[in-house]
Design a binder for this molecule. Sequence first.
Ligand SMILES: NC(=O)c1ccc[n+]([C@@H]2O[C@H](COP(=O)([O-])OP(=O)(O)OC[C@H]3O[C@@H](n4cnc5c(N)ncnc54)[C@H](O)[C@@H]3O)[C@@H](O)[C@H]2O)c1
Ligand SMILES: [Zn+2]
Length: 346
Amino acid sequence: MNKIHVSASTKEYDVIVGAGLDYGTLLKELHAPCKLMVVSDDTVFSLHGEKAIQSLRDAGFETKQFVFPHGEKSKNLQVAESLMIQMIEEGITKTDLLVALGGGVVGDLTGFAASVFLRGMDFVQLPTTLLAAVDSSVGGKTAVDLPNGKNMVGAFHQPIAVFCDTDKFKTLPKNIYAEGMAESIKYGLIYDAELFEQIKVHEISDADLVKRCVEIKAEVVAKDEFDKGPRHILNFGHTLGHAVETLSEYNIGHGQGVAVGMAVVCAALLSEEETETVLDVLKNNDLPVKTEFDLHELALQAKADKKRHGDLIRVVLPKTIGEVFLKDVTIEEWENIIRKGLESIR
Ligand SMILES: NC(=O)c1ccc[n+]([C@@H]2O[C@H](COP(=O)([O-])OP(=O)(O)OC[C@H]3O[C@@H](n4cnc5c(N)ncnc54)[C@H](O)[C@@H]3O)[C@@H](O)[C@H]2O)c1
Ligand SMILES: [Zn+2]
């Protein structure tokens, strides 16, 4: 079992990573018995809900549950409202806890509800996807989508703990696991050439992978909890990735979009040798490196990016494997970078 400490300015907490974690035992060490509202999606709940609930009950917690249909389409204000209405009906108070059992959709929605219900209550993240484990469950960004924009309504609200049981990944479909690999490869590319190398030669266990990625995320979040500057590096591959996701009407997953986004900026800016290595690592992890979408459309999507200031968008560009830099570019400059990348991948 590994423990990674996160020092955000608004909260200090631990991320526990291991195979076969007993959620109830871990939570009991941290929090007095209370009511838990366990939030999950139908897929995760049918696979892992019963065991999780049993473990929490055995540890003396009273549990209620809210299960919604899986998928990004559920990450909206209506589902958050239904959850909060049920919380009132179940008599959940400020000293109780929300518990997110699932991937990034469950985590973001539950965190959002925790940030606003009764003007804020505590919550725990139990990530069940690799993506949620290495990325969304840590760092305190919570959100729901609006019909015309992803993550448009949200708050910074840190969990009180993250318990990541890597055994849960055993039931993940291959493409969903791959999306988590995209974010893991991202950490290697932006911060840690050694991690990238370990992924390249397949010499890292899930638990060690999550540990290292969470360490990096914790370091970055400690420097810039509210995403004013240094934290922007975590958006590597994301400006183009979001464009691919949006243009596909979310038929292409977040991780797949990010993989394309990283591939294109690497191909535009790194040496031929490094580019080839990056493309190989992505492909070997069942990730795409190309997109069929039109160059101009892809560039224009950046206008909707949350990292836009006036006419400039802030993009994260690679210097070498393990190091990136931030740059404010115009849409035209961005289009040129994408063009160069797309041409060298062909
Ligand atoms: N808050 C942040 O900092 C942050 C960071 C990155 C991504 N995100 C958000 O995370 C979301 C994507 O996360 P995700 O990929 O985990 O999506 P997800 O929660 O939709 O999970 C993907 C699919 O896998 C299923 N699933 C989850 N765990 C499973 C398991 N153990 N076995 C079998 N199936 C399982 C789910 O039911 C779902 O269908 C997006 O909404 C994105 O915006 C947030
Ligand atoms: Zn991401």
